[in-house]
Structure formats: structure tokens, C-alpha cells
Design a protein. Structure first.
Ligand SMILES: [Fe+2]
Ligand SMILES: [Fe+2]
Length: 379
């Protein structure tokens, strides 16, 4: 005997899984396009549940499920199967259960996921369960080619969905929310649910404190550096911790407009120079904002001069600061484009530009910058 909700097996159901952290307009637009083109009758959203390697910064499962429901204005069902199972939610295990429950199902994935399908667990079992619909995303134009490649390896039925969406990233949305903004990529319903539940207010006190230390212009710059750093991190899959990137970028200039050394430990040769604020910034981030993570402190400590042999995290904050979107003067926009294409090339081009600019000014160049230039820019 079947217990619970009965489903009409003749209905065609589109299954769409995701973290929904938070759900955004691209999710909605992509599902709408797929529903229409595939003639599906029902949309079922399956929020992911990752108890063992819970990615940092994920909202609670229940909150994400609620936001996903809100995003679609109630026109989709939300299935909590991953939460109910608790673990081992690989597609090859979950999809057969969804098929049992909903009957005729189609599994919708984005073109960016298709690329990684050969790395999924038991891809050969997944393609046997149901047809897989693939929606392209900006930057993943060759969906047909990818489909042919995966099909030649595993067989299965693939249904291309004609949808080229905008490249929206959940992490830049999260960063904007944490900075107190209202991301245009969020449906109104999601934004109001976020406000009502007072989500993403984690850094409100820190932002207020920082505002007290920075002019309006500098504070706007700090926020722009956060957005640039988070964007590079996500677009280039640099895999740096979202929270660390957020904090280092936000606080990098916290000492810029309060240069009193206060007995803190800074190199004596930087006192009275523009470079002071990086060393002092690290010390004041620790003292005034309670930051004790060495990666964050070092990224702040070298964000102006750079140095030889930097970590990826340090290079990220350095580059994001130099190329933040509030810098509209030449040649920054062109360097920014290079870094958007190729992060490392952008970093090196930025360092080279800075070094040559300082050289042309004819004043002394801080030794760390000379070492950085030798390390990264000399053939
Ligand atoms: Fe700075
Ligand atoms: Fe800065």
C-alpha cells in the first residue's frame, strides 16, 4: 500500500537539484525554459543536503528549502528526500527513488555540470534512470559537443534545453547580501524572505565598526574589493574559503585612515610611507576586529607591496584590491579584463604595471615589491 501523497504517473516531472544557497532568478528562468520546451507538467526541486562535508556558509537545509519554494512563487514542489536520507545522496542513488515516487521524470542539469558528469559516482547508472536535460549557461556554449562526448562514454538520453542564461554566481549574491545590498539577481520573493528571516546579517556589527574607520569613499572601495575578490574566486574556481576572502577583502584598508602605530608591531622602514597601512592593517584587524587567522592577516599585510612567493589567497586579495571595479582609470579596466580571462596573467600584469609606475615616479620602491617583481615578472 502506498502511503502519503499519490502522484499521477502520466505526469511528466522535471527534477532540478541544487544547493539553493540562495536560489536566484537564473534558477527560475532555466527551469521555466526547460518546463516549456520539454512539455513537463510538474517541477520538483531537490535541495542538496551535505551533512558530512557541509560547505561553509551554507544556509540551513530548511531555510534553503523554504527559499527555493519562495523563488518559484509556489509553482514548484520541494522534495526533502536528501534531508530525510541524511547522507549518501549521490544522484545514482537518489534519482531511482525520485523515479519511483514521481514516475516519468527528467533530470535537469546546467551545462557547467555536464562537463563534470564523467567525474560523478556511477554516471553509467544515472543515465539509465531517466533522460537528462541540459541547459547551457553563458560561457558553456558547446553544450551539443559536450553531450556528444558524454553520450559516447555512457549512452543515455540527453535533451538539450535552448537556454543561455546570465552567469550568476551564488557567492557574489551572498557577498552582496552580507554587505547589506539587494542583489538584482534575486527574485523579490526571495529577497523579502531573507529580510524577514534576518539572514545574511552576520557581519552587520563589523560593517558598522569599519564604517567608523573609513571615509564613505574608502568604505565603498572596501566593498568593491570584496565583490571583486569573491567574483575572481568563484569564476576561476580558486577554491579559497568564502568567509576568509570576504573578511580579508573587507578589512584590507581598515588602518588606511588611522595611521597611528599605537605600539603595534610594524617594520620601522615603512613608518611615514603609504605602505604602513598594510602592516598596521593586519595588526589592527587582529586587535579591533578579533581576526586571528594568519591567512587573512597575511593577505592584509602584503596587499599593497606584494612579496615574493605569495600564496594564492594573498595573490587574490592583492589583485582584487588593485583591480576593484571602483578603479575606472587607465589602465585598470584593461588589467581587470585580463584577470577576468586568466587570473594569474592578471596578477602578474598588475604587479608589473605597479612596479613600472613606481619606477617611473623615481621614488624608492619598497623592497618587498622589488622582490615580488623579480620573483613573478622577470623572465
Ligand atoms: Fe590598501
Ligand atoms: Fe585598497
Amino acid at each position: 500500500m502506498r502511503v502519503g501523497k499519490m502522484y499521477n504517473d502520466r505526469m511528466k516531472t522535471l527534477i532540478f537539484g541544487g544547493a539553493f544557497d540562495p536560489p536566484h532568478k537564473e534558477h527560475v528562468a532555466m527551469c521555466n525554459a526547460a518546463m516549456q520546451q520539454l512539455g513537463a507538467d510538474r517541477l520538483v526541486l531537490v535541495p542538496t543536503y551535505l551533512p558530512r562535508h557541509k560547505s561553509e556558509g551554507l544556509l540551513d537545509f530548511d531555510v534553503r528549502a523554504e527559499l527555493a519554494y519562495a523563488a518559484f512563487g509556489g509553482r514548484a514542489e520541494v522534495d526533502r528526500i536528501e534531508r530525510e536520507r541524511g547522507g549518501d545522496n549521490f544522484s545514482y542513488l537518489v534519482l531511482p527513488l525520485l523515479k519511483q515516487k514521481y514516475g516519468d521524470i527528467i533530470y535537469l542539469i546546467g551545462g557547467d555540470s555536464l562537463e563534470f558528469m564523467p567525474t560523478w559516482r556511477h554516471t553509467e547508472k544515472i543515465v539509465e534512470v531517466c533522460p537528462i536535460a541540459v541547459a547551457a549557461r553563458k560561457g558553456y556554449a558547446d553544450v551539443e559537443g559536450q553531450i556528444a562526448r558524454v553520450k559516447s562514454m555512457y549512452g543515455g538520453t540527453f535533451l538539450p534545453v535552448n537556454f543561455v542564461g546570465e552567469d550568476v554566481s551564488s557567492s557574489t549574491i551572498k557577498a552582496e547580501l552580507l554587505l547589506g545590498g539587494s542583489p538584482t539577481a534575486l527574485p523579490e520573493s526571495v529577497l523579502s524572505a531573507i529580510r524577514e528571516k534576518r539572514l545574511f546579517e552576520n557581519y552587520a556589527d563589523m560593517l558598522n565598526k569599519l564604517k567608523g574607520f573609513e571615509s564613505e569613499e574608502l568604505f565603498a572601495h572596501s566593498k568593491a574589493v570584496v565583490m571583486r575578490a569573491v567574483d575572481f574566486n568563484s569564476k576561476h574556481n580558486l577554491a579559497q574559503s568564502f568567509e576568509k576572502v570576504f573578511l580579508a577583502a573587507l578589512l584590507h584598508d581598515n588602518a588606511k585612515q588611522r595611521p597611528s602605530v599605537d605600539g603595534l608591531d610594524v617594520p620601522s622602514d615603512c613608518i611615514g610611507t603609504p605602505v604602513l597601512h598594510q602592516f598596521l592593517g593586519a595588526e589592527k584587524a587582529r586587535r579591533d576586529f578579533g581576526v586571528d587567522d594568519e591567512d587573512i592577516l597575511n593577505a592584509i599585510r602584503y596587499h599593497t607591496t606584494a612579496k615574493a612567493d605569495m600564496t594564492l589567497f594573498e595573490r587574490l586579495i592583492y589583485t582584487a584590491d588593485s583591480l576593484s571595479d571602483d578603479r575606472t582609470y587607465d589602465p585598470i579596466p584593461a588589467l581587470r579584463e585580463i584577470a577576468k580571462e586568466d587570473f594569474e596573467a592578471g596578477f602578474v600584469a598588475t604587479l608589473r604595471h605597479t612596479y613600472e609606475k613606481l619606477l617611473a615616479k623615481g621614488k624608492g620602491i619598497y623592497p618587498l615589491t622589488v622582490e615580488a617583481y623579480k620573483f613573478y615578472c622577470k623572465p
